[in-house]
Structures are given as C-alpha cells and as structure tokens.
Design a protein around this ligand. Structure first.
Ligand SMILES: [Zn+2]
Length: 284
C-alpha cells in the first residue's frame, strides 16, 4: 500500500501541539508518516524568566534557542518523524516593529517561501496537509502568512493533496469561553485572597476576532482521546510559553475531558468525501 504521509505547516514552536497535537500522536500510532514544517523560530515569545517581547531585557535570539529545544522535545512526544524549520524570524503581533524585519516571515515574499515549501511537499508527497485559515485562526501575521504560503505552494505542486484548516466549532468555542472566564474569576478570587488587587483591564480597541467556525462547516471530527496525555505533555514541553496557557490551567483529568477531539475544515477535496472521522478518508 502507498505510504500515508501527513504534514502540517505551523507558524511557531508550540502551534503543532496546541492545534494538531492529538492528531499527530494518533496518526503516528497508526503508522502514518508525520512531518512538521515550523516557519519561524519564535523570537517574539516570552523569555524563560517571563519577560515579554519588546520589554528591555527580552533577547529574541535567546528565546529562539530555548524554544528550539522545547520544540525538539514536543516533536519526540508527538512521534513526529521529521521536523523542518524554515528558520524565518518571528514577525510578532500585527503592527509590531518586528513586522518590518526583512528576515521575518511576514516580510518574506509569499512566492519565495512557497517555493521552499513546495519542494518539501514534492519530496514528502503528503496526502493530507493542515494549516490555518485566511485569518491565521486568530490574526497573527505569521499564521496568516502560513496560510498564504501553503496555498501558494499547493499551486506549484504536480499533485493535489487534501488541505484542511484547523478549526474550533462555534458550539465548542462557547463552552471554552465559559471555562476561560471561570478560570479568570478563580484567578481573581485567589489573588484577592492574597491581597493582590489587579488593575482593571483597559478595553481593547482591536476588533474581536471570531475564533470559531460555524459547526456546519466542520468537515473532519477526529477522536484524539487516546492522545490527550501526549498532547498535554507536548504543550507542557513548551514550558517557556505556557505560563498563561488556558489549556494547562486544566489538570490532566479536565484536559482529557475537554481536549479529546480535534476539528478541521476541508479546503481541497480530491477524494470527494463528506464529513469524516478519519483525516485520511479516501486514502486508506
Ligand atoms: Zn503561533
């Protein structure tokens, strides 16, 4: 039988764990070859001491070194067969000065990065590819660029893979929002008990991005309940970035209960399949 190969295009170290961690582990356990392309080094993440990007003593190159090791560890936990780092610099959030860095992913011409990705795709020939939607799931420039570069690379291929975007159904997003607000209330209460008064959060003038996908547009519903421990461990491997993680504020049991499914929205459909529970439906 033809070798099945799965490939995800992710923006930063840690994205592979948060949006496809369960799927990677499940596919590895099925004997599918799994490949990860990570576009940036993640220079704009938090430093180990919690320093935020753009603060005085934040050293992006040091952060990238820490994150490279964390990514290696996560890759091992998820059983990923091959990691390819495109090595672009992290572009930071929209409007940050890092957006202008000629070596950042956002400033790289789409066709240049797409040609590099296309040659990886031609070599690996993944039948199934995952990346983010046009708004990069939540508006981060590197995630948007991952979408653009992946779409452009697909145009350069001599075959048509099945492309999916990671997605959270609106119905689930509502439940998560409640859980998140609950976490925030508990944190506030705990702080208040310790005498810590938090400043009122200034209302953001950024428009809120709709993170959810209408339930009827979800086309792959993948049971990853056998892989929640691996997903949890892979997220925890990115320790430098997880201080405020919504996911890791849950204990393992809660995590298992909440994170047992991953959802995807299909973009190309060469096998003409409907809603699937196996992301390789039509290939096996
Ligand atoms: Zn990211």
């Amino acid at each position: 039988m033809e070798q099945l190969t799965f490939l995800a295009v992710h923006a930063h170290p840690d994205d592979e764990a948060s949006s496809t961690g369960g799927l990677y582990r499940v596919l590895a356990d099925q004997g599918v070859r799994t490949v990860l392309v990570t576009c940036t080094n993640g220079e704009c993440g938090d430093a180990l001491d919690g320093a935020k990007p753009n603060s005085d003593h934040h050293d992006g190159d040091e952060v990238a070194k820490v994150r490279a090791k964390e990514l290696d560890h996560a890759v091992e936990i998820l059983g990923i067969d091959r990691l390819i780092r495109l090595g672009y610099r992290d572009s930071g959030m929209m409007g940050w000065p890092q957006n202008e860095d000629p070596d950042c992913f956002w400033a790289t011409p789409v066709d240049v990065a797409a040609a590099r990705l296309a040659s990886i795709l031609e070599e690996e020939r993944p039948q199934v590819i995952v990346t983010y939607n046009e708004i990069g799931f939540y508006g981060h420039p590197d995630h948007i660029q991952a979408n653009r570069v992946t779409l452009a690379a697909l145009e350069m291929l001599e075959y048509e893979p099945t492309l999916y975007y990671n997605a959270i159904p609106n119905s689930v997003m509502g439940q998560w929002r409640e859980r998140f607000e609950q976490q925030e209330r508990e944190q506030k209460a705990a702080n208040a008990a310790k005498g810590i008064v938090e400043p009122e959060q200034a209302a953001s003038d950024e428009p809120e991005i709709d993170l959810g996908t209408p339930d009827e547009l979800i086309s792959a519903i993948i049971d990853v309940s056998s892989a929640t421990d691996a997903k949890y461990d892979a997220l925890a491997a990115h320790a430098s970035q997880m201080a405020e993680s919504f996911f890791l504020k849950m204990d393992r049991a809660q995590f298992k209960e909440v994170m047992g499914t991953e959802w995807f929205r299909r973009v190309t459909n060469p096998n003409d399949v409907g809603v699937v529970t196996d992301i390789f439906a039509g290939y096996r």
